[in-house]
Ligand binder design. Structure first.
Ligand code: DP6
Length: 374
């Protein structure tokens, strides 16, 4: 059994882009509608730096979220002419959004080799987020994965049979081509992406459901997202990734991510929250340290981000709880804590941390199980 598992893992490990080109379709439906809801995710070990074709410079792992989701509905209708171009209308929260179209167009160009039907249809894409749109919460993970799911659901109808594993793997692969972190949004509660020696079956091409045991304490883990700054970021993630090329600490950082992932594996199995905190907080601060030491350098944290971090450290010390923080590429703070401490931690958040949020805004989220077909 173990030997077989290892062989399967090695097969997945060596999969290449070509494996995602589909067999000829049996039928192409004239018209139809498909709807998916797909969540955001929060990385514990951060993806920061990439090579061509959205290949990550280091492995990462994330908690899938439950409340922050994008809902996308795609209506498709076969075209009679103009089969050489993509054709779609895009509505965000009910309004036509011309400014989002170039990003979708780039996505379609990147994935058409793997979904050859894309030029045969006109699409009407209706999408909305469960979180406020100018909240500073990156919607690319949930947004790109929701769209990839809709397209993949179409392909599923055109092929004779496709297993759930193949479906999830290909959606993750396609989502990655839209936005790297999006490949970690399909399943839950923990998804790992990027080849690394400590995880069998890990791949640079797609995320996999974390394949090892996870301690009870991580079930229902909370993530209260404090919206510190809702403004447009001065530096996008895409530019930030780019700045890891030639970064003076890049090699050390990429090595560190492999080793943190290996250490986290032990923590996830034995539920040691003290060690969990030290890995997760160090990853968050290292991410921002990379920004501060790139050329050009930049800072995405705000004074209130630091005030919140200090308050968390002070409270953790005096309450003996296991509340900790992580950050994504922005000023907002994700406050993580286990279910059995919520009655102590949440009142603290409301009283001491929410005053640092812009307009007092925050989102109560928790670990989730992935995308859903609606
Ligand atoms: C800091 O996935 O947004 O959130 O691949 O360019 O779309 P692109 O970048 P993106 O980068 C996310 C970076 C991060 C860390 C993480 O989620 O692992």
């Amino acid at each position: 059994m173990i030997a077989l598992k290892t062989i399967f893992a090695q097969i997945e490990y060596s999969m290449s882009e070509k494996d995602f080109i589909p067999a000829p379709y049996t039928t192409l439906k004239e018209e139809g509608t498909v709807t998916y809801s797909s969540p955001s995710n929060i990385a514990l070990v951060k993806y920061w730096g990439k090579r061509e074709n959205q290949i990550p410079a280091n492995p990462s792992i994330s908690f899938t979220l439950a409340a922050c989701v994008t809902k996308t509905n795609v209506h498709y209708k076969k075209k009679v002419q103009n089969r050489d171009e993509f054709s779609f209308d895009l509505f965000f929260e009910g309004e036509a959004k011309e400014e989002f179209k170039p990003k979708i167009n780039t996505f379609l160009k990147r994935i058409v080799a793997y979904l050859p039907f894309l030029k045969d249809y006109h699409f009407v894409i209706n999408t909305s987020n469960s979180f406020p749109h100018s909240s500073g919460i990156a919607s690319s993970a949930s947004g790109m994965s929701a769209l990839a799911l809709c397209f993949m659901e179409m392909e599923k109808a055109f092929l004779d049979n496709i297993t759930e594993d193949d479906f999830n793997r290909k959606v993750s692969f396609l989502s990655r081509l839209g936005s790297g972190s999006a490949c970690r949004s399909i399943e839950g509660p923990l998804v790992q992406w990027g080849e690394t020696a400590s995880i069998n079956g890990s791949s640079n091409l797609f995320g996999i459901k974390y394949p090892y045991s996870v301690h009870e304490v991580f079930k229902n883990f909370h993530d209260t997202i404090l919206l510190v700054d809702k403004g447009e970021k001065q530096v996008s993630s895409t530019v930030g990734h780019e700045l890891m090329h030639g970064h003076p600490f890049a090699t050390q950082r990429f090595d560190q991510a492999h080793s943190n992932l290996e250490k986290l594996g032990k923590v996830l199995a034995d539920g040691n929250l003290v060690d969990f905190i030290s890995i997760v907080e160090s990853e968050a601060l290292t991410l921002h340290a990379m920004m501060m030491t790139s050329n050009p350098y930049f800072i995405l944290m705000k004074p209130n981000t630091l005030s919140i971090i200090n308050e968390i450290w002070r409270f953790r010390e005096e309450s003996n709880t296991h509340v900790c923080f992580t950050l994504d590429a922005g000023a907002n703070v994700h406050v993580l804590y286990p279910e059995n401490e919520k009655d102590i931690v949440f009142p603290f958040i409301k009283e001491k941390l929410v005053p640092f949020c812009q307009n007092g805004q925050y989102i109560c989220d928790r670990i989730g199980l992935g995308a859903k077909k609606l």
